[in-house]
Design a protein around this ligand. Structure first.
Ligand code: BDR
Ligand code: CA
Length: 312
């Protein structure tokens, strides 16, 4: 059995990443929430809604642990223009569920102690929770088996700034700590995933008429419109979901290279950029498995399989 914590700034793609993990039968020990996409209370509420949904649909009990509400050092901004005010478009998800009183950082540390070497941390969000956990326990990189990171760029094409991807840009100090701490990291970059959008499949998904497919269309419509108009994409991207697919089945990643990656945290034009030492000129040990290509067919098949279940 594989053990996961999913760390979210809970918007549409984060929620579907959770659903894909559960659909594939993974043991998800908890959802930790961190600052990012939308206001923190909305992110927590979305995570609680997702755990309610998961209880009914996947028959699992899932707890939500709110974590860091802001980056380690500097400020950041949320991106309601990208994901809508509710993170799944402009409407709000409602739930009466309550989060756990335990802080996400303590939950991460306790779970890593309980499953040494086995726990996998799916970081589809800024890295503040993981960095804080590491600051509290410097042996965490030996205790966490794998860290799957949605973040950064491989060709320098950012989304929040010309050079930086949002998750890393929100808290580059946290990312710098995490990348240099000795975790077993696999990185799925923004400018990789933009090549693998859902295009004409959108209409096929609309026709599926399952509970999951309807939810998908509702949740991703805002993001799709933003991506196709403002980001000039052919369809809607899935940064978090592709990272999850790679974590679930490593054969989804068809080209992976081990390289030294660092993070720029200056107050400058390139703040939050990931710097990859392609030629090894820094003479540092490689610290990240960088994904350069994925099997689109495999990813789309996983997505359609998730969406096809349980007809309405
Ligand atoms: C990443 O930032 C967020 O907007 C998304 O949820 C994704 O994790 C993409 O840059
Ligand atoms: Ca995310």
């Amino acid at each position: 059995m594989r053990h996961f914590i999913i760390d979210c700034d809970t918007a549409e793609d984060d929620i579907f990443s959770l659903f894909l993990l559960l659909h594939k039968g993974m043991k998800v020990h908890g959802i930790t929430v961190v600052e990012g996409n939308v206001s923190f209370p909305v992110e927590v509420r979305n995570a609680l809604w997702a755990s309610d949904f998961a209880r009914r649909y996947f028959k699992v009990d899932l707890k939500v642990y709110p974590g860091m509400e802001r980056p380690l050092i500097k400020g950041f901004r949320t991106v309601e223009n990208v994901h809508g005010k509710g993170g799944i478009g402009d409407s709000a998800l409602e739930t009466n569920a309550k989060p756990e009183p335990k802080h996400a950082v303590d939950f991460i540390l306790e779970t890593a102690d309980r499953y040494p070497g086995e726990l996998e941390f799916l970081a589809i969000s800024p890295l503040t929770n993981l960095a804080m956990a590491y600051l509290k326990d410097k042996s965490l990189p030996e205790k966490i088996g794998k860290v799957w990171v949605m973040g950064g760029t491989i060709n320098g094409h950012g989304n929040i700034t010309p050079a930086a991807e949002y998750n890393i840009w929100v808290d580059p100090d946290a990312a710098k700590l995490v990348f240099n701490a000795g975790f077993d990291i696999t990185m799925v970059a923004w400018d990789l995933i933009t090549q693998y959008t859902v295009n004409e499949e959108w209409e096929e998904i609309k026709r599926m008429n399952t509970e999951m497919s309807q939810l998908y269309i509702n949740f991703y419509t805002h993001y799709r419109n933003f991506a196709m108009t403002r980001q000039k994409m052919r369809g809607n991207p899935h940064p978090d979901l592709i990272t999850t697919a790679v974590a679930l089945d490593q054969s989804v990643a068809t080209r992976v290279e081990r390289q030294f990656v660092d993070v720029e945290n200056c107050d400058c034009l390139t703040r939050g950029a990931t710097v990859i030492d392609y030629l090894g000129v820094l003479g540092k040990e490689p610290n990240v498995n960088v994904v350069y290509e994925i099997d689109r067919g495999k990813f789309i098949a996983m997505l359609l399989d998730l969406l096809g279940g349980q007809r309405v």
